[in-house]
Design a protein around this ligand. Structure first.
Ligand code: NAD
Length: 498
């Protein structure tokens, strides 16, 4: 088993706390690395190092900062295969899926190359006689990101690329379940010309997170993970005076209207529900066919497709999806399937017994399909985060819309229809942050922003796109008048410019 490290001040630093967790190779079930869990003192060292590096980094002009990202994008292109191999090995997703994840991360780094333009302030010439007003965006200082296991490359890049482009230094606390790829990314940023200390990686668990949340020198926290932890990080971070944005769990619905192209809808559903084993915050986990005839047709077509899904090791190019992240998570997902049966839902496809020949200790299960799921059931209310799709039958458009609106999560949603009016009304009225119209996983592109509503997001500014520049900078507004322009004496009334 390899012992991993922290990455501080541009070099690998051995863990000193004496505490470790294990990371696995889900396709074989083997423990492959010992992950050091940082103590408060180790986190403090990383923060102090990042603070010292930030002062010089903020003084580097934005075009030069952008050039580091340009080079980074090139280097990631060169290292794509190696990065995908590390990612897929630790996470379990297929290599093709890993490549897709890397691409979606790179696109945010590409967006951030525009930082000289994105950070520009405003200017008003002669707001009053001889008085100019302008605003500027300045970096916050040291900021931190706490990221989940399911996108160990993309989400760290969504966070550190804009933060660093804006002149901050960044401390990444990746998931302790697959930290190999994020550690590699930090080395690639160094190779791209980033000064040591501007991107530090500390591995750890709650102790490291609390140290980041409570340290006065950390000015902002970006979190992605499950909702209970998101809520904790949001309130605890805010209580310590930080700017915080936290993205949480999801239960994404896909509404299938009676006029939908059923072949297209079924293809979309199978990919969006079972891709990456359902371990995506934008996975569709609830299908809502409208009308009994639509529901019967949908389930009849889905059943054989789910039975025939190809589950395999991440290295198998013909696999639709791979194993789940850990044995504990696999058991949790299987427990949810048992619960669904107990709750009275109809289990049409049961993938719990799936065994991968030659990989008997891997964390595999096949796809599961439930029909006749009811809104009061826990399998509907809670996020399962596995290859399990629930069909909830709705009588009409309004009932389908209410299902999505009444659910506590509001990350992504989709509607399949040929009716432009229905689609338009759905997009306008649905209480969800990201909406697809005949698009199953409406993950916004890098130059838009990403974020859910309700209990899928705590905070106000979204991830990536223009919101990221706002999140990672503070605005300063300057009113300036030069001595030659001062022609009156002191004024004691509230200044107005008109
Ligand atoms: P998680 O909440 O278990 O962990 C996320 C991060 O928080 C990790 O770095 C972990 O070390 C840390 N953490 C865990 N428990 C903590 C605690 N008690 N105190 C402080 N820190 C703690 O999430 P996960 O299992 O790694 O990721 C899956 C979850 O992330 C799912 O709920 C998924 O929907 C969500 N997710 C959301 C988005 C989004 O954009 N909304 C994107 C990806 C994943």
């Amino acid at each position: 088993m390899e012992e991993l490290w922290h990455f501080i001040g541009g070099r690998r630093v051995e863990g000193k706390s004496g505490r470790f967790s294990e990371a696995y190779e889900p396709m074989t079930g083997a423990a492959i690395s010992r992950v050091p869990l940082a103590s408060r003192d180790e986190v403090r060292e990383a923060i102090a190092d990042a603070a010292a590096a930030q002062r010089e980094w903020a003084a580097v002009n934005p075009q030069r900062r952008a050039r580091v990202l340009m080079k980074f994008v090139d280097i990631v292109g060169r290292e794509k295969e190696r990065l995908a191999a590390i990612l897929a090995r630790e996470h379990g997703k297929t290599l093709a899926d890993a490549q897709g994840e890397i691409q979606r991360g790179v696109e945010v780094a590409e967006f951030c190359i525009g930082v000289p333009h994105l950070m520009k302030g405003e200017f008003t010439d002669s707001a009053a006689a001889g008085l100019d007003v302008y605003s500027m965006r300045q970096p916050l200082g040291v900021v931190a990101g706490i990221t989940p296991f399911n996108f160990p490359v993309m989400i760290p890049m969504w966070k550190f690329a804009p933060a660093i482009a804006c002149g901050n230094s960044f401390i990444l606390k990746p998931s302790e379940r697959d930290p190999g790829a994020p550690l590699f990314l930090a080395e690639l940023m160094l190779e791209a010309g980033l000064p040591p200390g501007v991107l530090n990686v500390v591995n750890g668990d709650k102790e490291a997170v609390d140290a980041l949340l409570e340290d006065p020198e950390v000015k902002a926290i970006g979190f992605v993970g499950s909702t209970p932890v998101a809520e904790y990080v949001y309130s605890h971070g805010a209580a310590h005076g930080k700017r915080v944005q936290c993205f949480g769990g999801a239960k994404n619905h896909m509404v299938i209207m009676p006029d939908a192209d059923m072949d297209q809808a079924v293809d979309a559903l199978v990919g969006a529900a079972y891709g990456s084993g359902g371990e995506r915050c934008m996975a569709i986990s609830v299908a809502v066919p409208v009308g009994e005839a639509t529901a019967d047709a949908l389930v009849a077509r889905l059943e054989p497709r789910v039975e025939n899904l190809r589950v395999g090791p991440s290295t198998d190019p013909s696999a639709d999806f791979g194993p789940l992240i850990t044995r504990a998570h696999l058991e949790r997902v299987k427990d949810y399937v048992a619960l669904g049966v107990q709750e009275g839902a109809k289990l049409r496809v049961d993938g719990r017994g799936f065994k991968m020949q030659g990989y008997e200790n891997g964390f595999y299960m096949g796809g599961c399909l439930f029909d006749e799921v009811r809104p009061e059931m826990r399998i509907y209310k809670e996020e399962i985060f596995g290859p399990v799709l629930s069909v909830v039958r709705a009588r009409g458009f309004d009932e389908a819309l209410s299902l999505a609106n009444d659910h506590e999560y509001g990350n992504g949603v989709a509607i399949y229809t040929r009716d432009g009016d229905a689609a338009r009304e759905f997009a306008a009225r649905v209480e969800v942050g990201m909406v697809g119209v005949n698009v199953p996983i409406p993950t916004p592109l890098a130059y838009y922003t990403f974020g859910g509503w309700k209990r899928s997001m705590f905070g106000d500014l979204n991830q990536h796109g223009p919101d990221a520049i706002r999140f990672y900078t503070k605005t300063k507004t300057v009113a300036s008048r030069w001595p030659g322009g001062v022609r009156t004496g002191a004024s004691f009334v509230m200044p107005t410019l008109s």
